[in-house]
Design a binder for this molecule. Structure first.
Ligand code: SF4
Length: 291
């Protein structure tokens, strides 16, 4: 059976960057804490833990003093930086540059639109670290919408500045933006169309992967998708695969491979989320090919 690895699979640039910052920080042997899992992948977290990185919760962070804390690619709200200053914590900032520039943009837009009572609307997953950071940047005018069901949180008589979590589906974001536009038109037909500003903040590393993955899933008899179970990007991309190929299987570890999946298949494709290390995807492919 032919086994291929999808070329775009593996860490996105932001996660790659955060992991390399963590490895550099750990090199001198000093204790480094990481606020939340550096990446939604247990195997990679275990590898970095073995090098000395200790993952901590928000509660544990609040109690720390005089130490080094790494902020992962998802970023953090301003309150985290304030707390670090108060407790003499050195921040090693591995926020993805794309996320950081979105936080800055949100902060600027929130400030500039204050007089016109603008609303910063963030489309994202509740409780997701990146979304917490973005909502923190938005301040009190921030409104979180997780889907169509939350759209009544918006006041359609006031300007709306729409942003999306970087890893959301582009198609779903466009649908949400269109419903907001229609609602605004209906509630306030006299208001100018410019009252809605949709910011294109889906990360291209993710949105570009959807069409490529679709093609890859179509080209193979069986698809093995490798991802941590708590990766929202992983779940979203796996859904893309299953829609194209019903013989798609989700695994987090090599041990979860069931060789019965390949019965009668002449090709298998191995791919993963933006939080799945490339070495793990490669190992999965080698295990399947070696059987
Ligand atoms: S998905 Fe994009 S924005 Fe998010 S961490 Fe990766 S590179 Fe950065």
């Amino acid at each position: 059976m032919k086994v291929d690895v999808e070329q775009g699979s593996g860490f996105c640039f932001g996660v790659e960057n955060a992991v390399s910052i963590a490895e550099d920080a750990l090199r001198d042997g000093e204790q480094v804490y990481c606020l939340g899992e550096i990446v939604h992948n247990d195997i990679e977290v275990a590898r970095l833990t073995a090098l000395g990185l200790r993952t901590i919760t928000q509660d544990e962070f609040e109690r720390l003093h005089n130490c080094k804390v790494l902020i992962r690619a998802h970023g953090e709200p301003p309150s985290t930086y304030e707390k670090a200053r108060e407790n003499n914590i050195t921040i090693i900032d591995a926020t993805c540059p794309i996320v950081r520039s979105m936080q800055e943009k949100i902060r600027k837009v929130a400030e500039l639109s204050r007089e016109q009572k603008g609303q910063i609307v963030i489309y994202g997953k509740e409780g997701h670290a990146e979304v917490i950071g973005l909502m923190g940047a938005a301040g009190p005018t921030g409104i979180l919408i997780t889907g169509k069901g939350d759209l009544d949180r918006i006041d359609y008589t006031r300007p709306v500045f729409l942003f999306s979590q970087t890893t959301k589906s582009k198609v779903q974001y466009e649908v949400v933006a269109e419903i907001i536009r229609l609602n605004m038109e209906q509630v306030s037909p006299d208001l100018p169309a410019t009252n809605l500003k949709v910011h294109n903040t889906i990360c291209r590393q993710v949105s570009g992967r959807e069409p490529r993955l679709r093609e890859f899933a179509r080209q193979h008899d069986v698809i093995i998708f490798v991802s941590g179970r708590n990766s929202s990007n992983g779940r979203m991309l796996f859904e893309v695969c299953t829609k194209e190929n019903p013989r798609s299987h989700f695994i987090s570890t090599i041990e979860e491979i069931d060789f019965k999946w390949f019965e009668g298949a002449s090709s298998a494709g191995v791919c993963g989320a933006t939080s799945t290390p490339r070495w793990l995807i490669q190992k999965v492919a080698e295990t399947i090919a070696g059987k």
